[in-house]
Design a protein around this ligand. Structure first.
Ligand code: ZN
Length: 180
């Protein structure tokens, strides 16, 4: 749950980060940046700010801004009807991004949210810099966390049906509740 003032502040902060990264968008698009707290009510720790350029039945393009150290919780994109699920390419534009993928190894750079180890099972960590990109096949779990300067990235994908995404953390509620 987020207060409306918190949402506006996060939108403005994310829009500034995106503009600094060279992304071009309208004031209306800035006001439509989705601020997601994943129902956990601690946006700075677990959350994401997402600007959607478009999302058709087949293709989607978004920009995601993560504040310094902010983590987008571990999730996957399950099959929906005949669609095998969202295939997603992440391309970093600014900052450093840590991505967790299935596998062992250890998480050396990211600092997973304290006490929530069981909600972050992907322990193969990838460190991404601007112009690095990675394509995630449908159904593959992943989480991401921004480095100390925050991160801005593109998410290009097949049709996004965010509300149907699976999350490892059973407390996640995908739709953000906003109160005045
Ligand atoms: Zn994803």
């Amino acid at each position: 749950m987020l207060r409306r003032a918190q949402v506006r502040e996060a939108q403005a902060r994310a829009a500034a980060m995106m503009r600094d990264a060279g992304v071009v968008f309208t004031p209306e698009e800035a006001n439509a940046i989705a601020v997601a707290d994943f129902g956990l009510s601690r946006l700075e720790i677990e959350g994401a700010q997402i600007l959607t350029f478009f999302n058709s039945e087949r293709v989607s393009a978004k920009v995601i801004a993560l504040f310094p150290g902010q983590t987008l919780p571990e999730h996957w994109h399950p099959p929906v009807g005949n669609d095998p699920g969202k295939e997603e390419t992440l391309r970093v534009i600014a900052g450093t991004l840590y991505v967790g993928l299935p596998g062992e190894g250890c998480v050396r750079h990211a600092l997973l949210p304290a006490g929530k180890e069981d909600c972050y099972t992907c322990r193969h960590e990838i460190v991404m810099a601007p112009a690095d990109q990675i394509t995630l096949e449908p159904g593959v779990p992943h989480w991401m966390q921004a480095g100390s300067e925050g991160a801005v990235l593109y998410s290009f994908s097949t049709c996004a049906r965010d509300i149907l995404d699976g999350f490892t953390d059973p407390n996640v509620v995908r739709e953000t509740q906003i109160i005045d």
